[in-house]
Ligand binder design. Sequence first.
Ligand code: UDP
Ligand code: MG
Length: 308
Amino acid sequence: MKKLTIIVPCYNEEEVLKLFYRETKRYTAELPDAETEFLFVDDGSSDGTLQILRSLAACDSSCHYITFSRNFGKEAAMYAGLQAADGDYCVLMDADLQHPPALLPRMYAALKDEGYDCCAGRRTTRDGEGAVRNFLSHCFYRVIRRLSRMDMQDGAGDFRMMTRRMVDSVLSCTEYNRYMKGIFSFVGFETKWIPFENTARAAGRSKWSLKSLFRYAVDGIFSFSTAPIALSGAVGVLLFILSLFLAFGTAVSTLIFGNEVNGWTTIVCLILFLNGMQMLFLSVLGEYVSKNYMESKGRPVYIIKDKG
Ligand code: UDP
Ligand code: MG
């Protein structure tokens, strides 16, 4: 018998919660040899979400909830859910039915019968979302994959079922600025991907504005990459080389061709040189800061999968 904890971050989801519960329950009833429990994390909702969660917990002893003192964001809600869950397997699901519960039996089988530590859904389409958001999402994944050297796939969200050892590894990353997609990739473990078509949320509105998505994207990049610091070094080198070319050109022009030295050229040359040096040393300083930044996250140096 395996215990499966379904962790559901909820922020103002009164319109969809009961539907989510009914739909998901239909599929968990099919799971062979499993005891399923729901763990809703109310992320400081201001609508009737908490009342609904209380009534679900009162009617169904397999429903539990945690409620936050204010809105802390989905990352915090997922972290709290994973910390509080005691299932052998844990699955993270959005409350709006955009993560189809119909995939739960396949995910469960992947972990239980096929030996995977993680089974995750991957959206093959982004129908139901705006064109601008689609385009920006694509760009973001391209950039973060290049900068962080982590395998973060486009369309791979937080919808995933994990074994206890993977959950414990995720929890061993205790950093405050959490970017879960990066952490999943960081901890490793073999993941089975199940493609699914994106659908519009069953009811209610997305909590993400373009501004909050942008902030989230920047958080993701800065949590897993120190490449932006290297950028200042690269610009510094470029300016330095430019100043050398200019100085060489001026020297040739005056010494060989006998032209007069142009005062402006000398000034531009000096500015380029000094700015280049400044940026170069800034990036050296940045390297130390970034090493310290990564240290401060206190991430595990390695994660053991098994022992003989
Ligand atoms: N959510 C949350 N806290 C927040 C924002 C969202 O717990 O501050 C939850 C929300 O209730 C839902 C999930 O995270 O269960 C995904 O949110 P949403 O559907 O708004 O995001 P989208 O699907 O548009 O990316
Ligand atoms: Mg959604």
